[in-house]
Design a protein around this ligand. Sequence first.
Ligand SMILES: Cc1ncc(COP(=O)(O)O)c(C=O)c1O
Length: 464
Amino acid sequence: MKDDYLFKQVYDYVLNRIQRNEWKEQDKLPSIRQLAAEMNVHRLTVLKAYQLLKQHDKVYSKDKSGYYVQSNMTKSLEYPDNPIVSAYVQKNHLSEIHQAPVTYHFSQALLDPNLLPNHYFSDYVKKVFDLYPKVLATYSTVQGDLELRERLTQYFINHYKTHLSANDLLITSGSQQAIHLISQAFIKPRDTVLFERPSYSAAIDIFRAQGAHIVTVDIHPYGYDLEQVEHYMKQYKPRLFYLNPTFHNPTGYTVPIKQRKQLVELAEQNRCLLIEDDAYHDIYFDQDPPPPIYTYDSAGSVIYIRSFSKYISPGLRIATVICQSSLMNSLITVKSLTDNGSPLLNQKIFLHYFSSLRLQQHLEKLRIALEIRKEIMEDELAVTDWKWTSPKGGLNLWVQLPEKISTELLLTKSIEQSISFVPGQVCDPLKQRSSWIRLSYSYANEKQLSVGLKRFIDVAHSLY
Ligand SMILES: Cc1ncc(COP(=O)(O)O)c(C=O)c1O
């Protein structure tokens, strides 16, 4: 374990320096002896890392001379090497895939609109106009409607017994905006940001567009290697760690309670903010997940983001951020410059639905419907030799295909057959992970899942 971790650390270190163009094409890498001394590891550890970099075509070797940076390395990177320049290369990889006009949507980590409480919303719209006839004639406050913040404060206090006031909450237009505001408020080009690998692809794109230097930590079914997290916090002094620890997108993994507490301690000791993106907290099948990381934080090291898109309405664009006051002030400033507050009408409609008894009934039915869809997907995939860890919540299966399949080719062929999915590379901050894919079971209905997956498996099998 320790050896693996050291060797991976050397691998990441070298790859990062190449990606940041500090070691350029054709440059000679430090000798094995030199790097081993510099990093205080055994020479065999460096040798192992160099050999794997060679195998991945990142470096090449010359007899008796040493290792060199591969010449296509920097060109093959999608992002320019200089973070200041990369800040101007705006991309949203996921939305490019979602735009493909297909019948079998396995790329959308979104709910099938038929599973949402659409017909009730018209009642709430009417109610909101009756209660607040001038709702469209005014702005919301920048921080968000006070009535909504008070309601949400009460909800979080009831659920997690934390001390909160409405001043600790900011209402944003979806959690995607929250991530964007955080990146603008706290990240300058070249700041280091820790990311889970794999991760939510739009967050990767947002932090990259801000010029962040991204360092990755693998997420496993049991959580993180906390020794590695600690080491990276000390070595790279990241400004923040963006994490999605509950029914993680794309893997579905959940970080256990013990690690949650330890993470808060590490963050505090190393002055690294934890950005806890908790979009899937309520989408569980049998058992509710551990409390959010922010509930263990007393020093103000966590910025908590809770979206309601995944079970109430993606169209209302309502999420909330919870954090301590000095961070909140910076976020409110950026929010005021961005849109001067989220639309008041949406906040009020959301408030009235969120406060109704219907919500609980809806959630209970939704959990059953999603679990059934997940099981249909797993049953269809059972005929393959593909691997995945069955998630206990969330909207996705993170599936490993045989190495010999090119997931890019598979995507092209699948789209020709009217099927979409997300290749693992899109979710990988390092743009590797080529044999993994994300299949969402939440958007397609039961029939589409069965028919579409059979077709998808045929397409995949035709490629190997
Ligand atoms: C982890 C994660 N965070 C944030 C979002 C964005 O959600 P919202 O609709 O609140 O912007 C998503 C959507 O897929 C997500 O998976």
